[in-house]
Each structure stands twice: as structure tokens, then as C-alpha cells.
Design a binder for this molecule. Sequence first.
Ligand code: ACO
Length: 334
Amino acid sequence: MGTRHAAGGGATVLAGVGSSVPVHVVTNDDLAARLDTSDEWIRSRTGIVTRHVVAPGVATSDLAVEAGGHALKSAGRENVDVVIVATTTPDRQCPATAPAVAARLGLGHVPAFDVNAVCSGFVYGLATAAGMLGSGLFGSALLIGADTFSTILDHDDRSTAFLFGDGAGAVVLRAGEPDEPGALLALDMGADGDLEDLIIVPDGGARNPDGPADRFAMQGQAVYRQAVARMTETTKVVLEKVGWTPEDVDLFVGHQANQRILDAVAGRLGLPLDRVYSNLDRVGNTAAASIPLALSDAVGEGRLDTGDKVALAAFGGGATWGGAALTWPELRAQ
Ligand code: ACO
């Protein structure tokens, strides 16, 4: 799906970015103190060194409100026309988290809803917002990726407990022109529901409301292979749509799942490693928050300049995947 020629002629332009992580940091050594694992094993298998974890009572919406507020400030706006929260860890099963986030941000009675595409949720949310802005339905959107996987992990499962951290990242989007810095130039998405067992919370939903397996489970090696293949493929698709070669890309911001996955995707694409952004050593895999949190951190580190060519790629539960190509606007992280 390309956004350049969306009905109504409008392009979607990134206008603000912000993020939030909880204060509490859990190190690999903290995990090794209570699980049969080690700092060396986790670092060498994933590149992760620390992750942020919410305190009891802190929920996804709390991080989403903070990140959303920073993104609004970065865009210099006090209102938007629609709020979308991408999350797999909503505050409650019902209702969605986005309306409460919109209300707490003082955004009035704008439409607000959640999108769940697990770790691809931010890219799916971008496509949802771009459709609404490109059609002329709305003029602006606040898109927040927020997850607290610490609330669904089995903390005794050494095969998953070390991978995830909590966090939120947000962007403000507005209708604009395709030649403006910040324009979203191409999108690609896909899903394969035959792979739903790869990343799953088996019980607790409508399929088995009272079942015992209400914690996150993952088939690590199969996820690894799928993530490398799909993130590579979706990036190739968006680069082709927009007419960029891998050498044209100033910064590749992939879903921060595992450094080995990012390195493998970069290798297959022929992307120089210094153009591959990574913050997962500090934050781990923050699911739907991963890409916008990485964008916000990259701005904070001076890694993104106005007009830079940026490629995004994600893979997550479902299975779902998606990519995007955009140029970078003139803005500061908050
Ligand atoms: N500490 C020490 N040893 C461990 C640990 C641990 N935490 N976990 C597993 N092991 C052991 C296993 O028991 C196994 O031992 P054995 O050889 O005696 O049987 C050995 O280490 C190797 O286990 P593997 O599962 O083969 O380890 P692998 O090299 O595949 O690494 C990992 C596991 C890191 C999970 C990898 O498969 C991976 O990164 N997969 C992708 C996961 C991912 O990115 N998920 C996020 C996407 S999904 C989403 O974002 C929602």
C-alpha cells in the first residue's frame, strides 16, 4: 500500500515524537539472581543488557499518556483529531485503552481506539492513521505504541523473561504534502494467522477464558527465522515502492527484538551496520513501543537530521509484519 497517491491526494507527515519508560531498571544480573541464566548468555544471544519495568499498579496507559504528551509538545500542538494506541497489553480487556489516554491528555471527545498487531502494532497504526489522513477524514492523529509485557510474562520462564521491557513511544501525524520533510512515502503490511502459536498467550481470552496458561509463550527459534525473513522482505518492498536502494537509507529503525535479528536483516539487505539503529541493549523488546521509542531515542542522540531517509520494519505475533519509508522532519524529541 503506497500513501503517496491516497484518495484525496494528501500525504501523511510526521510532526512530533516522544517516549516514556518506567524508572525501575532490571539488569541481566538481577534476572540471573533468580533464574538459571547469566548476563553473558543474554548479552551474546540478544544484545540486551537492561530493561525498564513498571512498578506494581502502573499500567500501559500511564506510559502512553506520558509519551503522548511529549509527542504533542514536540509537535507544538494541544489537540489532534484522533488518538490510536497500539498495544497488546491494554489496561483492561474492556474497554480499549485509547479513550482514557485521550481524556487524560485533555484532547476532548475525539475518536480513540486501540490497534493490536503485537510488535507490528506501530506500523499497523501508521497505516490506519495514514488512511484516515490521506482520505481527508481527519487532519491530524496521535499514534502511541505502548506495552507493559512485564504484566503478561511468566517471570519463571527463562526462555522469555529476559527479552522484554516496558515502554511507550508516540508520534503526531498530520495531513501534508509528499515532498515535505517528514512525509510517509510507502507502507507494506502482511499477516500469517497459521503462525499464531509462535507468539501467544494461550488462555484468558474468549477461546478459553478460565484456562491456566494466561502467560506469554514463544517458540524462539521459529520466531527468529520468521522475523529475519519478514523484516527483510517488507523493507525491500517499501524501498522498491519509494525507489531507494539500501545505500540511500540514512537510518534503518527495525523492531528492537534481538540484536542478532537486526544484524541478520541488515546483512541480507546490504545495509551498513552504522545505519542500523539499536537501543535494545538499554530497553529490550518493548513490543508496540519499540519503533517509536527507538525513533525518539535516535532524535535524542542526534542520529536523525531533517530530510534523512528512514526505513522502518517490524515483525510480531499473529504473525504480523510491516514496513514503512519516510523522510525525517525538523523536530526535537521531548
Ligand atoms: N539462559 C541460559 N540458557 C538458556 C536460556 C537462558 N535465559 N534460555 C534458554 N537457554 C538454553 C536452552 O535451554 C538451550 O539449552 P540446551 O542446548 O541445553 O537445550 C540453549 O540455551 C539454547 O536454547 P535456544 O532456544 O536454542 O536458544 P537460541 O539461541 O535460539 O536463543 C532466543 C533463544 C534468544 C529466544 C532466540 O531464539 C531468539 O532471539 N528468538 C527470537 C525471539 C524474539 O525476538 N522474540 C521477539 C519477537 S516476538 C515479539 O516481539 C512479541
